[in-house]
Write a protein that binds this ligand. Structure first.
Ligand SMILES: C[S@@+](CC[C@H](N)C(=O)[O-])C[C@H]1O[C@@H](n2cnc3c(N)ncnc32)[C@H](O)[C@@H]1O
Length: 260
């Protein structure tokens, strides 16, 4: 894993009181691709294959700790990451400064108020693991479509409404709906002026659910997080393998769309 990402995850984990810095750094350097979000980044990278982001103006809405924004900025894009949680924003901005990412900045903002922010037009907008948190998802999609330049790219990642879930985990994560149906999303995108040109899904066997469920055999949130992290090196390769072999919609869905 790139050193700036190790630093980002380690700093964020330490600030959220999840683990001492040295343990996170050791873990990340041993396992290279250890985090659940690795699968989301996998999908996005596949969808972006062959796209040149050099010099492009990019928006990453609901960017979390900002790892995808860093990856896009590292490809030469000029990136703004928007995130509700000011602690994550502050941490991401400090790491960006430490690693001299000139064209990368993070803003604490509510994406449902995008129209009030005056951010201008973008060549690409990324909306990864966010839409299921937003009550009026269609309004947000419309707003993002308006902020894209003609020919601009839109990358969407959402969970499948058909996957198995743990209700308390969903509620604690702030999901307002279980997810979306793979074959219905292109129509939803079309209704907001975005044409889906590629799509991809992972985890046809629902192993992400099993990964979560097996980490819950022990009590206590902190201990569960540790077990979840410890199981990642087993589950991530399995999920990658089954996703490559089995061609049916899985638990996580992603789409590349264009504004014509
Ligand atoms: C599941 S995380 C995904 C983070 C990141 N995109 C990723 O893929 O790792 C969802 C993020 O969206 C943020 N979020 C939720 N509602 C939001 C809103 N209205 N405006 C901005 N960010 C929001 C949450 O704080 C959280 O960090």
């Amino acid at each position: 894993m790139e050193k700036y990402l190790v630093d980002l995850f380690a700093t964020a984990a330490q600030e959220q009181g999840q683990a001492p810095l040295w343990i996170v750094r050791l873990y990340l350097s041993l396992f290279n691709v250890p985090l659940g979000k690795t699968l989301r980044v996998d999908m996005v990278k596949h969808l972006l294959h062959g796209q040149n982001l050099q010099g492009k103006r990019v928006l990453d809405v609901g960017c979390g700790v900002g790892d995808l924004s860093f990856i896009l900025a590292n490809r030469g894009a000029d990136v703004i990451g928007l995130e509700l949680d000011p602690q994550k924003v502050d941490c991401a901005n400090r790491v960006a400064k430490r690693w001299h990412f000139e064209g990368l900045r993070f803003l604490a903002a509510d994406v449902t108020k995008l129209d009030e922010m005056g951010l201008g037009q973008f060549d690409a907008i990324f909306c990864v693991a966010l839409l299921e948190h937003i009550q009026d998802d269609v309004a947000l999609l419309r707003q993002m479509q308006q902020m894209l330049r003609p020919g601009g790219l839109f990358v969407l990642e959402v969970p499948s409404a058909l996957r198995k879930t743990i209700p308390e985990v969903e509620a604690a994560d702030g999901h307002v709906r279980p997810g979306y149906i793979f074959d219905e999303v292109p129509e939803l995108l079309a209704s907001t002026g975005l044409r889906a040109v590629n799509r991809r899904s992972v985890d046809p066997l629902g192993l992400i659910y099993r990964w979560f469920a097996s980490s819950r055999i022990i009590p206590g949130n902190k201990a569960r997080r540790w077990l979840f992290a410890a199981l990642a090196p087993i589950f991530i390769p399995l999920i990658r393998l089954t996703s490559a072999l089995i061609k049916r919609p899985g638990a996580e869905l992603s789409f590349l769309a264009v504004k014509d």
